[in-house]
Design a protein around this ligand. Structure first.
Ligand code: PEP
Ligand code: MN
Length: 340
C-alpha cells in the first residue's frame, strides 16, 4: 500500500502517519516523488484497520497495490476450487444442476419432486424455508420445518440439499439439516451474517446483490473466506437495470470475468433473472456456454399452485428435457472434464 501525502503537508503530518503505521507493526519506507511525500508500507496487502489513515491530517489518498480480496483472487492456489457436497463435485468440469421449488410448501410434495428431479438428472435439491419477499404480504416460507422437510427429501432422493438462511435463527436450524447454505441477493451485503454463516462450516452459495459489482461480490466472498470457510460458490442471478422486459438482467458477462478473477466456482440462476419459465432454457444453455460451473433452476410440481415464483418455475418434464440438453451441450462445448 502507498500513502500519498498532500502537497503542503507538514513534517508532523508525515510523522503522525508513520507512527500510526509502526503501531500497526508495519514497515515503512518514505520517498519523495513529484514533489510529494509518499509512504510505502510493507508487507504487501491491505493491513487491517488501514482505512483510518485516509482520515489523518495531511493524507491525500491511499493506493492499494495488491488485490483487495487476496483469498478470493484467481492465482491464490494456482488451480480452481472444487467443492464437494456428498458425491457431487462442483467446479470440477461437469456442470451441476441445482433444481427445486422456490419455496418448500409441503413435505410429501417436496419428497415426490426430489425423486423425480433426481431421476431427471439433478445433482442438488433447492428450496426456500424462509423467503425474503419484497412484500410483507407475500408468502414468507414455512420456516424451520422446511429445513426438516429438505432433510427428509434428501433421505428419499439421495440429493444433497441447499436452502437460504436469513439470520441467526434460520442459520442454526439450517446448519442442522441442510448441506449447502444459501445467502440470498438481498443479504450479500449483510456482513455480520456472512461472518456467522462462514463459521457454520458448510459450503455457502453466495448470490450477487441486485446492484453489486464484481468487486463487491468478491469482497463479500472474502468475508466468508477470511472467516475460515474456503467452500464458497458464487451465483449470478440477474441485476437491476433500466430494462423492463425481464425480471432482472442476467449479466452473463460476469461469468468469464469471475473465472478470470477468482478460483471460486460460479453458478448461474436464470430463473430469478428472467422471471419467465419460457426464457429459462435459453439462458441456462447460454450460462454453460459462458463457462458457468452449474445452473440453479426453479422447478415446481404444479407451478400454477406455487406459493411463490410460479411464473418462472419449470414443470418437472421441462426440467428433464432441459437437463438432457444441458448434459449434451456440456459435452459439445468441451466443458466436461469428468464423465457426464
Ligand atoms: C432464491 O434463490 O430463493 C432467491 C430468493 O433468490 P435471490 O436471493 O437471488 O432473489
Ligand atoms: Mn424464487
Amino acid at each position: 500500500m502507498l500513502i500519498v501525502m498532500r502537497d503542503r503537508c507538514s513534517p508532523q503530518d508525515v510523522d503522525r502517519v508513520v507512527d500510526r503505521l509502526r503501531e500497526m507493526s508495519l514497515d515503512v519506507r518514505i520517498a519523495s516523488l513529484a514533489g510529494r511525500t509518499v509512504i510505502g508500507v510493507e508487507p504487501p496487502g491491505f493491513p487491517r484497520g488501514a482505512d483510518v489513515l485516509e482520515g489523518l491530517a495531511g493524507v491525500d489518498r491511499t493506493v492499494l497495490l495488491s488485490d483487495p480480496h487476496p483469498l478470493a483472487r484467481a492465482d491464490v492456489r494456482g488451480t480452481r476450487t472444487v467443492i464437494e457436497v456428498g458425491e457431487v463435485r462442483i467446479g470440477a468440469g461437469r456442470p451441476v444442476l441445482i433444481a427445486g421449488p422456490c419455496a418448500v410448501e409441503d413435505e410429501s410434495e417436496l419428497c415426490e419432486l426430489a425423486v423425480v428431479l433426481r431421476s431427471a438428472g439433478a445433482d442438488l435439491l433447492r428450496g426456500g424455508a424462509f423467503k425474503p419477499r419484497s412484500s410483507p404480504y407475500s408468502f414468507q416460507g414455512v420456516g424451520v420445518e422446511g429445513y426438516r422437510w429438505l432433510a427428509r427429501a434428501r433421505e428419499v432422493s439421495g440429493l444433497p440439499v441447499i436452502s437460504e438462511v436469513l439470520d441467526e435463527t434460520s442459520l442454526a436450524a439450517a446448519t442442522e439439516h441442510v448441506d449447502v447454505l444459501q445467502v440470498g441477493a438481498r443479504n450479500m451485503h449483510n456482513f455480520e451474517l456472512l461472518k456467522k454463516v462462514a463459521r457454520a462450516g458448510r459450503p455457502v452459495l453466495l448470490k450477487r446483490g441486485l446492484t453489486a459489482t464484481l468487486e463487491e461480490l468478491l469482497l463479500a466472498a472474502e468475508y466468508l473466506l477470511d472467516a475460515g470457510n474456503p467452500r464458497v460458490l458464487l451465483c449470478e442471478r440477474g441485476i437491476r437495470t433500466f430494462s423492463g422486459h425481464s425480471r432482472f438482467t442476467l449479466d452473463l458477462s460476469i461469468v468469464p470475468a469471475i473465472r478470470e478473477s477468482t478460483h471460486l466456482p460460479v453458478i448461474v440462476d436464470p430463473s430469478h433473472a428472467t422471471g419467465f419459465r419460457s426464457r429459462v432454457p435459453a439462458m441456462a444453455r447460454a450460462a454453460l456456454a459462458a463457462g458457468a460451473d452449474g445452473v440453479m433452476l426453479e422447478v415446481h410440481g404444479d407451478p400454477r399452485r406455487a406459493l411463490s415464483d410460479g411464473r418462472q418455475a419449470l414443470r418437472p418434464a421441462q426440467f428433464a428435457a432441459l437437463a438432457a440438453e444441458l448434459r449434451a451441450l456440456a459435452t459439445a462445448i468441451g466443458s466436461v472434464r469428468e464423465p457426464v
